[in-house]
Structure formats: C-alpha cells, structure tokens
Design a binder for this molecule. Structure first.
Ligand code: OAD
Length: 246
C-alpha cells in the first residue's frame, strides 16, 4: 500500500467499495470466472436467464438450491468483517455484485445489492415474495397465492438491475473520496463501469485482487493479494489513523 493511499485513507470522508465473488471466495463460495469458477463448469445460458428457467424450471431451481445451501453454510470471512468495522469509523457504502448476503451478515449497514440475493425468491406471475420456497418432487416451487412459478431473486443475463439499487450505486460512486474494487473481474456492466466513473469524479481508485482484472489499467493503485488479508490490513490503517488523530 503506497504512502499516498495511507494518507488519503486517513483523511477520507466517504469510502465506496465494489465487491465481487472474490471477496467471498475465502468463505468457500465459488467465483464465476476463476479456473475453478462456476462458469467454467456450468453454462450460464442454461441456468441464468429467464428462457432457460421457463424451459426447464427444475434444472434451474435445483442448481440454485445447491448454491443456496452453500451460501447458508458459509460464514463471513475477515474481509467482510473488516469492511463492517470500516463502517464504524468512516461513511462506507458497499456496492456488491454478490447474492450471498454475507456483507449484511457481518454487520455492514449500507449495502447495495446490485444482482439480488439468492436467499430470496419471488413469483414470476404476481411478483409476490416467497422466502424459503419448498421445491416439490419435480424440483419446482409454486406461488401460494397464484400458483405461478417461483424463481430466485437474482438478476439473470439480459435482465435489468434493480432500478433503485443502481441509482444509489451511481450516487455513492460520484461522491466517493476513495473507491475500492475488491475481488471482481470487472467484466460485467454496469458494475464494472463504477470504478471508472468514481475516478472521473475525483475518487482515488484502488483494485484489491489476487490477479489483474479488466480495470487494472484504469485504477490509481493495485493492492495484490487475497481479500481476507489485504482488506483487514487496509482497514487497520484507517482505524489506526483515526485513533491517532482523536
Ligand atoms: P468473477 O468470477 O468474474 O471474478 C472474481 C474475481 O475475484 C477475479 O478477478 C479473481 O481474481 C478474484 N479473486 C478470487 N479469489 C480472490 C480472493 N481470495 N481475494 C481477492 N480476489 C479474489 O466474479 P465477479 O466479478 O463477481 O452476475 O462476477 C461478476 C458477475 O458475473 C457476478 O455477479 C455474476 C456473474 O455472472 C450475475 O449473476 C448477474
């Protein structure tokens, strides 16, 4: 971490964090595009779009049920916990592409979920929420109100992001003093555009990742290494500087 980043962190009034699957990797949740990632083993066109769901709802529901099981057994790791701690000393907004809910679980208050949450479901016909839907013998769940098909509340390919979530994400991004992009390959827009927008609006932009990503050439600084180590290190710099200055 450069002396410049240390100084900027000690003075920052607003930190905005974009997280991707890499921040949850050390909680045992697979990423998408790493060598052992989900999109290396499964085809998104068969599992993560509405046409695939309507053609074969049980295949899609069973795949999401298994991912939900993994997520429900997972615990926040030191990166999630450090970000929750950061929230206690400086205004922190977390914009996450993850659907695992681990930022909320670790105590972060200001979390914007861009891609939904795998723990929630809703009816494709009436839109009614349906938490904890039980799959029948065919691997399908039906709405208690209208009998429509229940689907996971995640954003699939070709779908709009939740309007309010993306509005809040742009707003926070434009006013950030520091913008941290943690554990994302930055290949999916509009999330991938946020670090660039933050930089244009004057934020100091930092990538924290185990390898280079699509935005590495456009950030001010790269902090290499696993998020479970680098994020607590960075947050301890902020905590130390705030304790010294009070
Ligand atoms: P990717 O799988 O594309 O990228 C994961 C990133 O995490 C890579 O850049 C890895 O190098 C990095 N990484 C892995 N382990 C790490 C660790 N321990 N510490 C730090 N970095 C680590 O996942 P996302 O960028 O999140 O969309 O993917 C974006 C979106 O694409 C997802 O939200 C999902 C997917 O299709 C939807 O489902 C809508």
């Amino acid at each position: 971490m450069s002396p410049e980043l240390r100084k900027i962190l000690s003075e920052a009034r607003s930190v905005v964090v974009l997280t991707g699957a890499g921040v949850s990797a050390e909680s045992g949740i697979a990423t998408f595009r790493d060598p052992d990632g989900l999109w290396q083993q499964f085809k998104p066109q068969e599992l993560a779009n509405i046409d695939a769901f309507l053609a074969n709802p049980s295949l899609v529901q069973r795949w999401y049920a298994e991912r939900r099981r993994v997520v429900e057994e997972a615990e926040p790791n030191p990166a999630h916990r450090a970000l929750a701690l950061l929230d206690t000393v400086v205004e922190t907004t977390i914009i996450t592409q993850n659907v695992d809910g681990l930022h909320h679980q670790s105590g972060s208050r200001n979390v914007i979920e861009l891609h939904g949450n795998i723990r929630r479901s809703y009816c494709v016909d009436c839109g009614g929420k349906s938490d904890n839907p039980q799959l029948d013998a065919q691997g399908i769940a039906h709405c208690r109100r209208c009998s429509g098909l229940i689907r996971p509340d995640v954003v699939w390919f070709g779908e709009m992001l939740p309007v309010e979530a993306i509005r809040m994400a742009y707003e926070a991004t434009r006013t950030a003093d520091v913008f941290l992009s943690i554990g994302t390959g930055a290949e999916v827009s509009p999330a991938a555009d946020l670090p660039i927008i933050a930089g244009r609006h004057g934020a100091y932009t930092v990538e924290m990742n185990i390898r280079r990503s699509a935005i590495s050439d456009f950030v001010d600084e790269i902090v290499s290494g696993p998020a479970g180590t680098t994020v607590p290190d960075l947050v301890s710099v902020v905590l130390d500087s705030r304790q010294t200055s009070t």
